[in-house]
Each structure stands twice: as structure tokens, then as C-alpha cells.
Design a protein around this ligand. Sequence first.
Ligand SMILES: Nc1ncnc2c1ncn2[C@@H]1O[C@H](COP(=O)(O)OP(=O)(O)OP(=O)(O)O)[C@@H](O)[C@H]1O
Length: 278
Amino acid sequence: MRVDIEHLDAHRGGRPVVADVSLSVPSGTVLGLLGPNGSGKSTLLRAVSGVAAPSSGRVRFDGTDVASLSRKEIALRVAVMAQEHSEEFEIPVLDMVLLGRIPHGHGFGRDSARDIAFAQDALARVGAAHLAHRSFSALSGGERQRVLFARALAQDTPVLVLDEPTNHLDIAHQLELLDLVRATDKTVVVALHDLNLAARSCDGIGVLVDGRLTAAGPPDEVLHTDLIRSAFDVASTAVAHPDSGRRHFIFDARSSARHHEGTPSEPSISAPEGVTLP
Ligand SMILES: Nc1ncnc2c1ncn2[C@@H]1O[C@H](COP(=O)(O)OP(=O)(O)OP(=O)(O)O)[C@@H](O)[C@H]1O
């Protein structure tokens, strides 16, 4: 399912925080949203997932304006893994994942065998089958993240909206989750903070600064040392991975701090011998 964001403005607490963002996410691709803290990533994701209406502009799923859809129609199209969530759900993990099946139900009633199979499969895919009968509130932060990702998968939607889904995850589980994201045929919009993981895992990157989209395109075109300096105020060095040749960033210092120390503000790009930077 294609996702189009058109001239979107959004407010938070009565204040404009996202301004005139337009982005298209082709069906089955992964768009990574990057940007400093407070730049508007979560606010944009709330609009994309229909949680909060934009103040102007629109979001379309395969051409249909999200604003014209009912809550249930939205929930059948997009599953959301939000950044903030209550920690004190005293419910078994399997029941938490089964909440993802609600849009597929026909009113209140027992979970069908099909729903339970979906939920168990989703837990197995995130490596959390062994947690099925634990209480959600008794899990670690990383375990909760994986269960919430399983709930989003169990919702079985063509679109996934993920707000910093790798929070709390150890590096193995970060890679595993992003590999799962890549392996689905879903259209994914994901906010991330790790630029190297984003470059590795996303088909496209959009960079928000102060609520405005300052760059968008394939990772290799968007992510470079100048962009990292202007968007994040960080001096970095790009190196090529010795095996894949993929560009990787080493973060050196805040650019302003580096500038004050009198070191050159223009970072060099270096590649191991015999490796050409992409
Ligand atoms: N509930 C709220 N009420 C008022 N202002 C808010 C609220 N939530 C966020 N904001 C403000 O909106 C702006 C954008 O916040 P948002 O959470 O979208 O940024 P973000 O890029 O996701 O940040 P982070 O990387 O820190 O998660 C910030 O200035 C923030 O302080």
C-alpha cells in the first residue's frame, strides 16, 4: 500500500511543530525518519497513522485520504508502535498481542483460533514466544518493545508506523527487529536515531529539522557529513565498510565544540585501500 504525505502541517500543544512536509513512500518500502530530538518525527508519525489529524495537508493510503476513513478502516490499514506506552498493563503477553487482532473481530467475544495463531506466530517472529504467559508489566524494556512489535505484526496491516522501535533493545535485537521490518512486504515509516542502522535498513530517508523536511531520498544520497553537521551539529567521518563498501559514519564531536577547539570543521571521507566509497 502506497503512503503519500502531502503538504502536511501539524500542531502539538497548540504550537505548529511540523510544516509543509510532503513525502511519498512506495508500496513495500521502508522510509526512515531522522532528525534531532523535538524535530517533529513523532508528531508526523501520529498524523501518518491517523492518531491525530493534521492541521492542514493530508495523508493518503493508496490514494484514499486517511481523514475519510473510520477508526476501524484505519486500524485495518496501519499498525502503530508508539514511543510512549503505559508500563503497567497487568495482562499476559499473549493477550497484549491479541489486542492487535481487535480490528479484525466482529465485536466482543472470545479470540478465535486464527487470532491466537496470528498472535503466537508474531511472538515467535520477534523471538518472544517464551514470554507468552508472562505479565507484560513484569518484562524488561527490551522485552516490552519486542512484544509491542509483535502486536503491530499481529494486526496484519499493509502499513506499519514505528516510533523508535529499537529503543531499549540490545544490538542483536536491534538488528533482528530491523531485519524483520525489511523482510516484510509492508510499507513502513519508522523514526530512528541511529544513522548507520537507518542507512542499513531503509530504502529511503527523510530528515526533519525544526519540523521541516530538509532532505529526502535514498540513504546514500541523503546521508553525508555535511547533512549530519547541519541537521545534528555533529562532525563526522564517513568510511567504507571493508566488506560491503557501504558508507558508515563515525561521529567525532559536536561541530560547534570542534570548531571552538580550532580543528578543521570539514571532515574527511576515507576508505580502506582498494575500497571505493559509494
Ligand atoms: N504533548 C505535547 N504537548 C505539547 N508539545 C508537545 C507534545 N509532544 C511533543 N511536543 C512538542 O512538539 C515538538 C515535536 O515533538 P516530537 O515528539 O514530534 O519530536 P521528535 O522528533 O519525535 O522528538 P524525539 O526525537 O525527542 O522523540 C517538540 O517541540 C515537543 O516539545
